[in-house]
Design a binder for this molecule. Structure first.
Ligand SMILES: [Zn+2]
Length: 258
């Protein structure tokens, strides 16, 4: 299925009538990704994951929201960020309109970790205000974490290099998706200590306190082919989890698992 924004309204109406009633809303961000990756990195990744899923499952893909909750990247030029309440309200507003034209399930696919509080607020609000809309807000680390680590391990890439932000992982993905936007000559190693500790310091004090370049990981060994495998591994994980939900919906009348 083509992205929602490239379809006409009769095409969407027909798809809904034929049972395509799941919509994916990809969430990106506009925030620093080190000296070598573009600010829109998470938006590019969110769109790619959602469109990858749409190639395999009967789903509609809404335009990726290009601004998320990114204040942990304060102090770097180019930042755009929403308050968690604002992003939650945007998600809820979009969900309500989707439900009006026949969507029965919303998948909020966030490619940016900082959106967590907004997602929790949106979830609470939608379950209260729109209980008939089945909602799935997957946690990327839970659904995809070990699949991504397996790809890295197969190539001998350490988790400290893959990193959490603008490291080998995201850089490889961008080398696959939009190599013309990656400045490998500017790629420098960032924080490469324990990633759990790095994450808690990042959340508490911001990325700038962790690394002056804004990099958590080491992007220098990034590779486009591995980036493609990272993305495929994530799409496969999301696909099997979502396919289970769609199958349950097809066989169950009445109560639908969220
Ligand atoms: Zn990112």
């Amino acid at each position: 299925m083509k992205p929602l924004a490239e379809l006409t309204w009769p095409q969407v109406a027909r798809a809904v009538a034929e049972g395509v009633t799941t919509v994916i809303l990809p969430l990106g961000a506009t925030e620093q990704h080190g000296p070598h990756l573009p600010l829109g990195t998470d938006t590019v990744r969110a769109r790619a994951l959602a469109e990858g899923l749409a190639e395999r499952l009967p789903v509609l893909v809404a335009p990726a929201l290009p601004i998320g909750c990114s204040d942990e990247h304060g102090g770097f030029a180019g930042l755009l960020s929403l308050e968690a309440e604002t992003l939650a309200a945007v998600i809820a507003d979009c969900a309500r309109r989707m439900a009006d034209w026949g969507a029965t399930r919303l998948v909020v696919l966030s490619a940016h970790g900082g959106n967590g509080r907004a997602l929790a607020l949106a979830e609470a609000r939608l379950r209260r205000e729109l209980p008939e809309l089945a909602l799935w807000i997957p946690d990327a680390a839970t659904v995809c974490g070990d699949a991504v680590r397996a790809v890295a391990a197969a190539d001998g890439i350490a988790v400290e290099a893959v990193g959490l932000h603008a490291g080998e992982g995201e850089t490889s993905e961008l080398l696959h998706l939009c190599p013309e936007q990656v400045r490998m000559q500017e790629a420098v190693p960032g924080y490469t200590g324990d990633m759990e500790e790095g994450l808690s310091r990042l959340v508490q004090a911001g990325t700038r306190a962790l690394n002056a370049d804004g990099v958590v990981g080491d992007p220098r060994s990034a590779d486009a082919g591995r980036g493609q495998r990272y993305l495929s591994a994530q799409v496969a994980r999301y696909e099997s989890a979502l396919a289970e939900r769609l199958a349950a919906e097809a066989t169950t009348s009445g109560s639908v698992p969220a």
